[in-house]
Design a protein around this ligand. Structure first.
Ligand code: SAH
Ligand code: SF4
Ligand code: F3S
Length: 478
């Protein structure tokens, strides 16, 4: 049977939501005898695209170009594009790329079975089936396999879409309006993830705090919300962590902060994009908060939750942004002590109000310079944040083992993350992927921490503990 297996290669650009969609797409295709493969052995090629910036869109087109060349030599291969660029450009893509066989939008994933059947229909010689499937609204989700990527983390979307319409952002146009998944569906998926051995679940949504607003009250008349969902997930049996992203500053409720504070499995980490440190720019971006309000939220979280990490996103060179206004962003990062931030130069996007402010666009060289300054500030902030961790003991969930680390005298180095999402490296002969190990932080670098495993008597199952106990025992016998 092995010979009949068709091979699909999917390349995923963009955010975690796209990564999660790709796992679902692969799962659906597995019902049609498609097996996930590497690029060099595939006969079906899919690019799951991102449209957040022009650069991401261009990446998709350049990949299509490579596959188009391949199709000249192997005309039997099939090429598909999906994701946010597909949703945005629709059938125009079939015209632009003659070698494309299938275009499907972000709302069409659950229709893939029909699309694949159509695509695989036998046709007379010289004819070709080409399909574009785009719809405005999502169809009801159906149950299919999910082929998750291996590792310790599993993505779990709790909602889709966005209602915020920030003036620079394409997401509400490519992902549609907010739709929450049913609480029971999410809990069932979480249980399955844990039973499959994953040690971390990351809840996904463009704005997780909106979760439940569109759902009906349950049988007891209780309306779901994000805090309640977190509390339910925290109650699930098993040794695992829960993370979530993304939070909209003024939508984070006291209940969410309280729940994270009291929960056992929910990690102390909030990703709260600020975008700009200047009130006029924030207004022009249609962000519904001021610098002072953002600051108040950050302070509230910090005073309530010990060792919490707060990360953010910033845009440099939004149309009309003056030098002084840009400097407000720089000062905000420092003043708020943000632990880490993603940064980007503003990129005009189709269908967005800011994309039409052509006369107010900031020249590329200025945007580039502002972005470099922003990155420099983020780097310093990250080092300052990491430096504060020296001496602390963090529980690290091991994600990777480097058997022979050249930079560390060929030692065996374990790498993982603390609950507050700091990358931690430490030497160990025995640590395994998926272990939770207490590590004392000894050194701070810009993007990671270095530490030493500490024996944790309260957690005797960890390999490191066994290692330390064995050493202690050996020493006492001498
Ligand atoms: N839902 C999240 C983020 C979604 S997009 C939120 O509410 O912020 C991820 C990040 O991409 C955004 O936070 C923003 O910083 C950046 N981004 C979005 N549109 C952009 C554009 N047109 N140019 C540059 N960066 C952009
Ligand atoms: Fe885009 Fe704003 Fe929605 Fe985030 S909240 S996805 S930045 S429109
Ligand atoms: Fe990109 Fe779409 Fe995500 S535009 S960031 S892939 S929602």
């Amino acid at each position: 049977m092995e010979k009949n297996q068709k091979k699909v290669y999917i390349e995923t650009l963009g955010c975690q939501m796209n990564k999660s969609d790709s796992e679902r797409i692969l799962g659906i295709l597995s019902h049609f005898d498609y097996e996930k493969s590497e690029e060099n052995e595939a006969d079906f090629f899919i690019i799951n695209t991102c449209s957040i910036r022009k650069l991401s869109e261009d990446k998709a087109y350049s990949k299509l170009g490579v596959w188009g060349k391949m199709k000249e030599k192997r005309p039997e291969i099939k090429i598909a594009i999906c994701g946010c660029v597909a949703q945005q450009e629709k059938e125009g893509l079939l015209k632009k790329f003659p070698y494309l066989d299938l275009v499907f939008g972000t709302h069409n994933i659950y229709e893939l079975p029909e699309l694949i059947k159509e695509l695989e229909k036998p046709v007379p010689d010289g004819e070709r089936i080409r399909i574009c499937a785009i719809r405005d609204k999502a169809v009801e989700e159906k149950e299919f396999n999910i082929i998750r990527s291996k590792g310790i983390n599993a993505w779990l979307p709790i909602m889709e879409g966005c209602n915020n319409f920030c003036t620079y952002c394409v997401v509400p146009h490519t992902r549609g309006r907010e739709r929450s998944r049913e609480v029971e569906t999410i809990l069932a998926e979480a249980r399955k993830i844990i039973s499959e051995g994953y040690k971390e679940i990351t809840l996904l949504g463009q704005n997780v705090d909106s979760f439940g607003k569109d759902l009906k009250p349950d049988n007891n008349g209780i309306k779901p919300n994000f805090a309640k969902l977190l509390a339910e997930l925290d109650k699930l049996e098993g040794n695992f962590r829960i993370r979530f992203t993304t939070s909209y500053p003024t939508d984070i409720t006291d209940d969410v902060v309280e729940t994270v504070k009291n929960a056992k499995k929910i990690c102390e980490c909030f990703h709260i994009p600020m975008q700009s440190g200047n009130d006029r720019v924030l207004k022009a971006m249609n962000r519904r908060y001021t610098r002072a309000q953002y600051s108040e939220i950050v302070n509230k979280i910090r005073t309530q939750i010990k060792d919490v990490t707060i990360t953010s996103d910033f845009i440099a060179g939004f149309p009309s942004e003056t030098e002084e206004e840009f400097l407000d962003t720089i000062s905000a990062i420092k003043e708020l002590g943000l632990d880490y931030s993603n940064t980007a130069a503003y990129s005009p996007r189709p269908n967005t109000p800011a994309g039409k402010m052509v006369d107010k666009f900031i020249p590329n060289d200025i945007k580039k310079r502002r972005l470099a300054e922003l990155n420099d500030t983020v780097k310093k902030a990250s080092l300052a944040s990491n430096t504060q961790d020296i001496g602390k003991v963090y529980e690290v969930l091991v994600e990777k083992i480097n058997e022979n680390d050249e930079k560390n005298g060929n030692a065996r180095i374990a790498e993982g993350r603390s609950r507050n999402n700091k990358v931690v490296h430490f030497k160990s002969e025995t640590a395994q992927i998926g272990d939770f190990i207490n590590v004392e932080i000894k050194e701070a670098l810009v993007w990671c921490l270095k530490g030493e495993a500490v024996a944790d008597i309260s957690n005797p199952s960890t390999a490191i503990c066994k290692e330390a106990c064995a050493k202690k025992e050996a020493a006492s016998l001498k």
